[in-house]
Every structure is written in structure tokens, then in C-alpha cells.
Design a protein around this ligand. Structure first.
Ligand code: SAH
Length: 215
């Protein structure tokens, strides 16, 4: 029997997002619309809407739906922004961000995953305002900077200086910072030259690789 994906999506939005405090109606609407089942590996489609990260190959995962929603909500997007995402993975979060902002640049260090993200975004019709770049996103993507918002989907020991530099003013950055095992999701708000930082939640992301990761 083919699962009723629309029903699974509605159920995820209600039980995993709304009830846990995701209140940004645009985030809820976009995640209620984007076919997450088309971003996970075929053999994992049945667990596409489960309350957990799902493996996508190369030791990487698609984030738990709640974490994608929380990060997007923390960026407070209105639809006008240019967004940088570090860690495209399968492209799902980039698809969500593309529905919430005007332009998305997403950088992925694993070439096969960059290709997969591009493929998934195109075939789900989400690729129009997304550019997928293969490279080390720990250095950001200076060519298109500054960004109104930056979302980092892999955990870093420190906030990479390049990302703070490439964050516009005003701008918001969401990034898991901590050890390889445990992190806190930090939300940085830059405004009038001032930087404020808060902790949105405790979390566990895959480690950032490349020059700004652990050595
Ligand atoms: N955004 C994805 C989550 C992907 S998991 C989602 O929609 O759920 C994190 C991704 O970050 C992995 O694909 C990993 O390969 C990538 N990554 C790790 N270090 C990176 C770096 N320095 N630059 C770019 N991508 C990186």
C-alpha cells in the first residue's frame, strides 16, 4: 500500500512541530508542503516523517524535522532574504529555506551529496532560487556575501570567523557549537554593529568537516 504522504506530513507538522512550540506559520506551511519522502533514500521512505534523523549515505543524515523547523524559525525569515546554508546533505532544508526566503546558496563538502541535493531540488521543483555549491562551507561562500541569514547544519567547535564576516547587518546565524558529541544551537543576531547570542536548544549534529572542523 502506498503511504498517504500528505496525511503523514500533516501529522508531522501537528505532533512534532506545532505541539513542541514551532509557531512561525510560514515554517509550518512550507514543511507541510515539501515532500520530505522525495529527499530521503528510497529504502527509507517509510520513515521519512519519523521523529529522528535519517541516514542519507556517506555517514551523513537528513536532520530530524523538528531541528530543521527550529533552525528555520530562529532565522525569522520574511521572504526577502538571501540565505547561506552550510551542509546541503540531501537538499531538504535548502528546499524549506527556499520557500521562506528569496534566494538560497547551499554549500556541501561531499561531492556526491552536492549532486544529490541538486537532483532532489530540481525534481521536486524547488531549485529555482537555490544554488548548490560543492566546497568547504566552513569558509562560507564569499562571492555571494553578505547574507541576511546563515544556517549551519553541521556542528562546529567554534563559530567560523568567515561566517560572522559574511553575515549581513541586520542578519541572523544559527549554528550548533560544542563538542563532537553534544552541542548547543546558537543563534547570533547582528544589528547596528552589535552581536547578540542566545542558545535555542541542546542538540546533536554531525561534525563539521574541512578547515573549520575538528582536526
Ligand atoms: N541540511 C541537511 C542536513 C545535512 S547533514 C538536511 O536537510 O537535513 C550535514 C551535512 O553537512 C552533511 O551532508 C555533510 O557532508 C555536510 N558538511 C559537513 N562539513 C561541511 C563543510 N565544511 N562544508 C559543507 N558541508 C559540510
Amino acid at each position: 500500500m502506498i503511504p498517504d504522504w500528505a496525511a503523514e506530513r500533516r501529522n508531522m507538522v501537528e505532533t512534532q512541530l506545532s505541539r513542541r512550540g514551532i509557531h512561525d506559520s510560514r515554517v509550518l506551511a512550507s514543511m507541510g508542503e515539501i515532500p520530505r519522502e522525495d529527499f530521503v533514500p528510497v529504502e527509507s521512505r517509510v520513515i521519512a516523517y519519523s521523529d529522528q534523523p535519517v541516514g542519507i549515505g556517506f555517514g551523513q543524515t537528513i536532520s530530524q524535522p523538528y531541528m530543521t523547523a527550529l533552525m528555520a524559525q530562529c532565522l525569522e525569515l520574511t521572504g526577502e532574504e538571501r540565505v547561506l546554508e552550510v551542509g546541503s546533505g540531501c537538499g531538504y532544508a535548502a528546499a524549506v529555506l527556499s520557500a521562506l526566503a528569496s534566494e538560497v546558496v547551499t554549500v556541501e563538502i561531499v561531492p556526491e551529496l552536492a549532486a544529490l541535493a541538486l537532483h532532489n531540488l530540481r525534481r521536486t521543483g524547488r531549485g529555482r532560487n537555490v544554488r548548490v555549491i560543492h566546497g568547504d562551507g566552513g569558509w562560507g561562500y564569499p562571492k555571494e556575501a553578505p547574507y541576511n541569514a546563515i544556517s549551519v547544519a553541521a556542528a562546529a567547535p567554534e563559530i567560523p570567523a568567515a561566517l560572522l564576516d559574511q553575515l549581513g547587518d541586520p542578519g541572523r546565524l544559527a549554528i550548533p557549537v560544542g563538542t563532537r558529541q553534544d552541542q548547543e544551537l546558537r543563534v547570533i543576531h547582528k544589528q547596528n554593529g552589535r552581536i547578540q547570542s542566545r542558545i535555542a536548544t541542546l542538540c546533536r549534529f554531525v561534525p563539521l568537516r574541512g578547515g573549520e572542523g575538528w582536526h
